[in-house]
Design a binder for this molecule. Structure first.
Ligand code: NAD
Length: 355
């Protein structure tokens, strides 16, 4: 598989979108978050999305350079209209606004509707955690793919409806929950297809209720994602419903059941930010959080098993590896990016030579 340096992939991504008419600053922001997804171990939401997003820019289902419109604004909440912009752009705006409000009033929520795919959801709570705040991001869809079956069902009625929470741990990496409420993200099924691998056990179900291992069946609309939790999938399903309401209905966006016009692929999102020190004293928070993390990490494991991780550690370990070795890209994905880049007159970076 070709490997490339993160900074070169960032420049490539920015240049492709800029060449397609996206203002440079917005293209830069989207490129940063897309490559960060590769760096943080979620290639499914990284540069492999360049051809899809480029197509959406060219079809004008992503409208760049429009900014966001504030529809409602109080000290502790806001509702934004994303004006069909890049999801990364509108979601960053929403998280930054929620951070600024939470700094003043302790807890704030900012919802945004009418935006595109926001990519790796964990990127936004990470912004809050980097500033010593707890960030949450809930995601739903009104016009996106019906990807996930309600628990016990055999037809898709939900998006993958991801959720992420980032919690600062002073002097250490934040705790980061970041996952789809379906067993995996839909883009991981696409990735399995590109890697010529089967879908994992329990990922997919067909319209007859049978398990499916061929990821192509999902792409063909003949198989659907199960909610996270396997036999206890009622819990993943419950979380998906919660996200659908928080991010779909409370943002003014709607849901996949909505009778409002379908605006095409979208990610409705609600950001909630809490200032932990508005709740408890800093000393108490720091001591208790540090103790909790150590307590979890020091759990006894079976002989030969790796140590217990806290959520977010996977991303930290992955980042160290990629920063040392470069980002690996499946050959079909590399070829698809090259085709997209050439179509707007941008050259691919040189892959890192194999050792
Ligand atoms: P996943 O199954 O890879 O789970 C990731 C989470 O599990 C992270 O919080 C990670 O820190 C944690 N984790 C991993 N190994 C762990 C371990 N050993 N111990 C404890 N915690 C561990 O995630 P997923 O559901 O496949 O989602 C992948 C990505 O796709 C995420 O970044 C998500 O935001 C993104 N996504 C985006 C959308 C969208 O519409 N924008 C939809 C679905 C998913």
């Amino acid at each position: 598989m070709p490997k490339a340096k993160p900074e070169e992939l960032r420049a490539l991504t920015r240049d492709v979108f800029h060449a397609a008419g996206v203002p440079r600053e917005e293209a830069e922001q989207v490129a940063h978050l897309m490559v960060l997804s590769n760096i943080r171990g979620h290639d499914s939401h990284g540069v492999r999305q360049i051809p899809r997003y480029l197509q959406r820019v060219q079809e004008k289902s992503i409208l760049a350079g429009k900014g966001v419109t504030v529809e409602k604004d109080t000290p502790s909440l806001a509702i934004l209209n994303g004006n069909r912009s890049f999801g990364h752009f509108a979601a960053t705006h929403a998280m930054k606004l929620a951070i600024a409000k939470a700094r003043k009033v302790g807890i704030a929520a900012v919802g945004v509707h009418n935006l595109n795919h926001i990519g790796r959801v964990g990127a936004y709570p990470e912004m809050a955690a980097a500033e010593g705040l707890i960030g949450m991001c809930f995601v739903a869809s009104r016009g996106g793919d019906k990807a996930q079956v309600p628990f016990g069902g055999i037809e898709p009625r939900l998006a993958t409806a991801p959720i992420s929470v980032g919690i600062p741990v002073t002097g250490k990496q934040p705790i980061l929950l970041d996952f789809a409420t379906s067993v995996v993200a839909a883009n991981k099924v696409r990735q399995a297809l590109d890697r010529k691998k089967p879908a994992g056990d329990g990922w997919l179900i067909d319209a007859a209720g049978k398990p499916v291992s061929d990821p192509a069946q999902y792409i063909a609309g003949k198989a659907f994602l199960n909610p996270v939790g396997g036999l206890a999938g009622h819990k993943g399903y419950g979380l998906a419903v919660l996200n659908t309401i928080f991010a779909g209905i409370l943002t003014g966006g709607g849901t996949l059941a909505s009778t409002l016009p379908n605006l095409g692929h979208d990610n409705l999102t609600m950001m909630i930010v809490l200032d932990p020190f508005a709740f408890v004293a800093r000393d108490f928070y720091d001591r208790e959080m540090t103790t909790l993390v150590a307590y979890l990490r020091n759990t006894k494991v079976r002989p030969g098993d790796p140590p217990v991780q806290v959520p977010g550690e996977y991303e930290e370990l992955y980042q160290r590896k990629v920063e040392a070795e470069g980002i690996e890209i499946e050959q079909p994905v590399w070829d698809a990016i090259m085709k997209a880049a050439r179509s707007v007159g941008v050259a691919m970076p040189q892959p890192i030579p194999a050792r």
